[in-house]
Design a protein around this ligand. Sequence first.
Ligand SMILES: [Zn+2]
Length: 254
Amino acid sequence: MLTTTDFLFELHRRGAKRITCVTFRKNRSTIWSLTRDGRVLNVHDAYRGASPALLDAFATVAIEGEVGSSAAKKAATVISAWPELADEIRRLRNAHDTRRREADEHGMTHCCATPEQRSYLHAVYGYFNHTRFDGTLPTDISIRLSRRMRSALGHMMPGERTDGSRYVVEIALNCDLMLSGNGAERADTLLHEMAHVADWMQSGELGHGASWKAWARHAGCQPTRLHERPVRYRRNRRHPVSRVPPLPDAIHEL
Ligand SMILES: [Zn+2]
């Protein structure tokens, strides 16, 4: 496997001296691109395993800086036709589709929060971001309430832009968490999802692995999955939940 330094070295050895930086990007669409006036080569993460022949092809397009000549066109075809790239892109797309589908199954398609509930959730999120995550989480996050979640209490939906940078599509919480008597679980679930936000944004990790557990401990929520929690549910699932819990005094003092 090549590092970005190895990759750059191989390009220079092949005469592509203009390139000053190589980046590997993990995404579902971009195969390669030249940016910063052709000085930066961004390539799909799969090319860490590039063969000498592929490196020749990258050097050809990098030297030319565009795909104009027939040599560069041929090189670009060699690059994009690499079977391992297709496998990797297919794998990333499947993972993305699975996440979407799981989100749908968890009843994550629409929000039933009232404007008052939404501002409550944003206030608590902002408070926890400040007091438990050192203010490192994104501030403009979308937080939804779902009334279709059954046993699921929360969900964090990760997003990835075509340039490989990460963001958070949303946090969704089961609307039953807004009921009276669920205060402890409401706070714990929000912190649990915020730990997923931190883990995704900083490490690109999903799930409940070591890096997530470290965030959960840092934030002070239970470092376990959200199953079998003692939560009160509304009696009739068709009834909306409009309750807005009182904000803790500490939030007003911030
Ligand atoms: Zn989780």
